[in-house]
Design a protein around this ligand. Structure first.
Ligand code: IVH
Length: 718
């Protein structure tokens, strides 16, 4: 049985990791079946780490959450090599080693999904996504399908520790990513935008778990949070131990003596970035000696002994061939530059969003211009600037049309908006986007309702209103182009699953302007069911903490429209249902009831999330600091609000302080105004010379919620 297991593991490795299979499918199947039948006959001899166990039951509905063994920290960023040298100086100063060079390990910063694998007595017992860094989603079952996740540590060269917490990244090698997308396109499915999304998405598949997709993932280990083998004193030795236990460790990792060698390693990696088998968006530089790492310690968000150096965004020049206008779900017209296809940042770019008329005017983009575009580590390519010196002849300025390019309806720009919108409620382009929005993951999560299918449904007149989607049956779907009986049956099944939903998801699905997930959840909690929400006046809505006048007006306006109510009724008739709950008033008994917070600067968690957590504990988040504010939470690069807090004597929390208050509640009120405020005031924050989120419009928290819900004001090209 051991022999069979080894032969199968070897075949798996050759097939999935090295793309060099030695066995054909029939030979492989024969080995697999033989092992399976031996295990059935001799269950006592079956190893829990047998390759047959890789094929488990698909994960149950939703993922269980579980805490990490220790926080999964993120990394501080250095924008360039100067900042990297500054990091080295800082580290040596803190260690009192100004005079000596330090050893570092320089590794690729993998662009995938971070996970923690927990091994007990050498056996994989749990795999978690990063989640919020403290609590992740239990994706053990999915991870068991990933060949490079050892089910058992190979203890032949090095003994396995009683408990090991191995951190690393789930990535999808570029070539397999391309193969996966070709396959998806053949099946009429939406291709993934990049390997990171594909990797994260594959790991979190809930329905129709696609084992082939999971098997094409790769786990690369880079950190051992627990279980350091006796005798290992450096990160380099840890990487060696991880390799010995059977993990894939980035072969591009190097050990560097002194910062000059680190800079050289980083630059060498940068030069090879496009040739790497997996995507990396920078280097991670770690102090090699574990003893020094301990001495340096960690901040709440990131260790002091490591730093990420991002690669600069890749830029390229190309020519604007045309400017198309796309119509979004709310009718917003988005100008999109069609450019001469150009390879940048790992993808071929042929469309770049120009966002709106003001952007076009600001950059003065005209058809025929030579432009610089860039694609940073993330997905969306940007147009950086026009090269006016390359503008050979006079080119016409571009203006958004007065008529919707999809339906010819009037397109207008309201005075206080940057967006021009099509005003025709029956516009087919809007309908298509509303359907796609309804099917999105945060909304009703209809698997398999891709753009191509939606286009056909609308163009053929099969669907003329969003609710028609739930009237679709298999024969109708089968009649569509490139739709087989199996895909049609799958789509019917996923529609059936989506019918049972929650009120919050339904509210997102309806596409009410300014209502994103956060607001939808808030409304669902307060009202418990749809009818009382639909009956609420704008004033009643505005009385809810977290709902500002814009949201309140938008929700009231939505339900005042008889066509909208008819749509909702029809959805219900067609089987869409949700569990009604008793409405919950503002959490008057929460730990933070009656406390008001203002958030400023960049936090390590999204603002919406911080806000939602404060509200869940009964607190309130407002946009501006006043005497009534109880706490100002200061992230990186705080704005003027931190200074205002100091001026007014309002308590200031850093992120760790916020976590403490969320956990333990606010400290007791000081007896009088003159007494020192707790927790300790710290008005300055730790300003880093980095113009990031803090520099963005210091919008009130309410505003931020609205922006999150507002879809296509800033639409990116489809
Ligand atoms: S070490 C305590 N090494 O980047 C240090 N992280 O921005 C733990 N990442 O959350 C992280 N490549 O998901 C480390 N070679 C590497 C990495 C890496 C990618 C990710 C990781 C982390 C994020 C931080």
């Amino acid at each position: 049985m051991d022999e069979l297991a080894r032969a199968i593991e070897r075949a798996n490795r050759l097939y999935y990791l090295e793309d060099a299979p030695e066995l054909d499918d029939a030979e492989y199947d024969a080995l697999f079946r033989e092992l399976q039948s031996l295990e059935e006959r001799h269950p006592a001899l079956a190893s829990p780490a047998s390759p047959t166990r890789r094929v488990g039951a698909p994960p149950a509905d939703g993922f269980a959450q579980a805490p990490h063994r220790g926080p999964m920290l993120s990394l501080d960023n250095a924008m360039d090599t100067d900042a990297l040298r500054a990091f080295d100086e800082r580290v040596r100063r803190m260690l009192g080693r100004e005079a000596t060079a330090l050893d570092y390990v320089c590794e690729p910063k993998l662009d995938g999904a971070g996970v923690e694998l927990v091994y007990e007595e050498g056996r994989l017992v749990q795999g978690l996504t990063r989640g919020d860094g403290r609590v992740g989603e239990d994706v053990t079952v999915a991870l068991r399908h990933v060949w490079s996740v050892p089910l058992a540590l190979d203890a032949s060269a090095r003994p396995a520790p009683p408990v090991a917490s191995v951190r690393g990244e789930i990535v999808l090698p570029r070539e397999r990513f391309q193969r996966l997308n070709r396959h998806r396109e053949d099946e009429g499915l939406e291709p993934f935008v990049n390997p990171r999304n594909a990797a994260a998405g594959s790991l979190r598949q809930l329905h129709d778990v696609d084992v082939r997709r999971l098997r094409s993932l790769e786990f690369r280990a880079y950190h051992l949070a627990e279980g350091v083998p006796p005798g290992a004193t450096t990160q380099w030795e840890i990487l060696e131990a991880l390799r010995a236990w059977g993990f894939v460790v980035s072969p591009e990792s190097t050990r560097c003596a002194g910062i000059d060698a680190v800079v050289a390693a980083h630059e060498a990696l940068l030069a090879r970035r496009d040739a790497l088998p997996v995507e990396a968006d920078g280097s991670v530089v770690k102090v090699d000696r574990l003893g020094l790492q301990d001495e340096l310690g960690s901040l709440s968000r990131s260790p002091r002994w490591a730093i990420a150096v991002k690669f600069p965004p890749q830029q390229a020049q190309t020519t604007v061939l045309a400017i198309d206008v796309q119509v979004g779900r709310t009718g917003a017209l988005t100008p999109v530059a069609k450019v001469e296809p150009v390879f940048v940042g790992g993808v071929t770019v042929s469309n770049v969003s120009l966002h709106n008329q003001d952007e076009i005017d600001r950059k003065d983009v005209r058809v025929g211009d030579v432009v610089v575009i860039q694609r940073a580590g993330d997905v969306i390519p940007q147009l950086v600037r026009v090269l006016p010196e390359r503008r050979a002849r006079r080119l016409a300025r571009f203006r958004l049309p007065d008529a919707c390019p999809a339906c010819g309806g009037a397109a207008v720009r309201l005075e206080d908006e940057v967006v021009t919108r099509c005003t025709n409620p029956d516009c087919p382009a809007q309908l298509k986007n509303r359907i796609t929005h309804l099917a999105a993951r945060d909304a009703l999560d209809v698997d398999g309702l891709g753009e191509e299918i939606v286009d056909q449904l609308v163009d053929k007149g099969i669907v003329t209103r969003v609710s028609d989607v739930f009237a679709l049956d298999a024969p109708t779907l089968e009649a569509l182009d490139r739709m087989g009986a199996k895909s049609a049956a799958n789509l019917v099944a996923s529609l059936e699953r989506s019918r049972a939903t929650t009120l919050a998801r339904l509210l997102v699905a309806l596409g009410i302007r300014h209502v994103g997930t956060t607001i939808a959840e808030l409304l669902a909690r307060r009202f418990g069911d749809l009818d009382p929400l639909a009956a609420a006046t704008a004033d009643e809505l505005e009385a809810i903490d977290g709902v500002g006048p814009t949201i309140a007006a938008s929700v009231a306006r939505y339900f005042a429209d008889a066509r909208h109510r008819a749509e909702v009724d029809r959805l219900v008739e067609l089987g869409v249902r949700w569990e009604k709950e008793a409405p919950r008033a503002a959490a008057a008994d929460g730990l933070l009831a009656g406390r008001t917070f203002v958030l400023t600067g960049a936090l390590s968690i999204p603002r919406d999330e911080a806000k939602a957590r404060i509200e869940a504990a009964g607190g309130r988040v407002t946009g501006s600091v006043s005497k009534k504010t109880h706490f100002v939470v200061v992230g990186e690069d705080p704005g003027s609000k931190a200074a205002k807090a100091a001026e007014l004597g309002v308590a200031v929390l850093d992120e760790a302080g916020l976590e403490r208050v969320l956990r333990e509640g606010p400290p007791p009120e000081p007896p009088s105004d003159d007494d020192a405020l707790e927790p300790k005031r710290k008005a300055k924050g730790k300003a880093k010379g980095k113009a990031k989120a803090g520099a963005k419009k210091e919008a009130g928290a309410e505003d931020a919620g609205e922006r999150a819900g507002d879809e296509d004001a800033d639409a990116s090209p489809a």
